[in-house]
Design a protein around this ligand. Sequence first.
Ligand SMILES: *Cc1c(COP(=O)(O)O)cnc(C)c1O
Length: 442
Amino acid sequence: MNHTMNISLSINLEQDDKRYLWHPFTQQQDWEAEPQLIIERAEGSYLIDIDGNRYLDGVSSLWVNVHGHCRPEINQAINAQLQRVAHSTFLGLTHPPGIHLARRLIEIAPGQLQRVFYSDTGAAAVEIALKMAFQYWRQCPDPCPQKTRFFSLRNDYHGDTVGAMSVGGIDLFFQIYHPLFFPTLTAGYDLVEIERVIATHADELAAVVMEPLVQGAAGILVYPPGFTRAVWEIAQRHNVLFIVDEVATGFGRTGTMFACEHEDIAPDLMALGKGISGGYLPLAATLATEEIYRAFLGNVDQFRTFYHGHTYTGNPVVCAAALASLDLFERDHTLEHLADKIVQLRQGLQRFWELPLVGDIRQCGFMVGIELLQDRAHKTPFPLHMRVAAQVIRAARQRGVIIRPLADTLVLMPPLAISSDELAYLLDAVYAAIQAVAEVLP
Ligand SMILES: *Cc1c(COP(=O)(O)O)cnc(C)c1O
């Protein structure tokens, strides 16, 4: 293809995107007004656009990529499964990749988790955990059918379906939908307040839902050590189930396979998504203890079945990708190598405090939030219309780096397999981008 054809092709594509598509979490008025990148290929830590430009994937394609893009081992596993069968239902039938993966997940899962229920997005994995907890209290050996409500912390994020939003606490995303939600109990970050709310409502609480160690979508808000464990202990003390949402933190993101390991907690239910397939295909899972599972056993006329499923639940190609990803964790010693890169990231972020725009820097393992503030001392945010983070994202893109903000917090969340040199480049480019925007601000 000659150069002119290539340019006209990319212009046509961009026009068609703006004419036919509606992107997630996107103000389409801005999207339509601005030039957009079209990604055609990827390799390792790089995304490659339709014109052949390479960009470091600084957010792991929205927090999912683990071992790098286009790893032959994962691609081959997907291809091999495609030669057998692309999809066969998990309702009334089963298949080898689904079985093997469940066994592997249970082998690495924290605490007492013994059963795997598949779905395809993190939000669904959370909804499933909520429904399991609700139904458990009606069917357990010592039933408490009045336990129907949920507790979650302010600023939590669990996905965008109505149930997941009901236990979410980010006003910017959820306020408009509020009339649709079931009422949820909530509290701030004060353990005394949390225990008071949970204790007061213990009779009606089915479960506590929590993002362990760090609230991701809220802007990488990191809890003090011991906080997650303290909330888990409160739930235990008051006979309330504990649902841990490891959709973002699972599969190595915080330095251990699961965030629960840092605080040695044993959840009753766990939601997994994002990195579970190495970031290749949509897969999610809800893990449950045997005690919860057993509450759903009975004769058909007892109606104890878990009435939930999605058409593509447990798709075998997706399971094959996830199995290949788990193999790579072992073969590449992913977590062992990650430890040094987490330190490199911590040290490399120190100099960002010198930058005038930087108001706060938060890190949990390989999750980083750099919050831009107009005034650090008074914690004054920039006016929304200035779109300061969007300007930094653009400046980073000019330096060959893709990142994405949460409000005015820049998120750095590279693939776990990023090389040390690439990580250094990511830090340099983001530093320079913030500096460049600071120089042109009024
Ligand atoms: C991303 C995320 C979800 C939702 O996952 P989707 O696959 O986008 O539905 C749920 N919980 C947490 C903590 C997340 O970060």
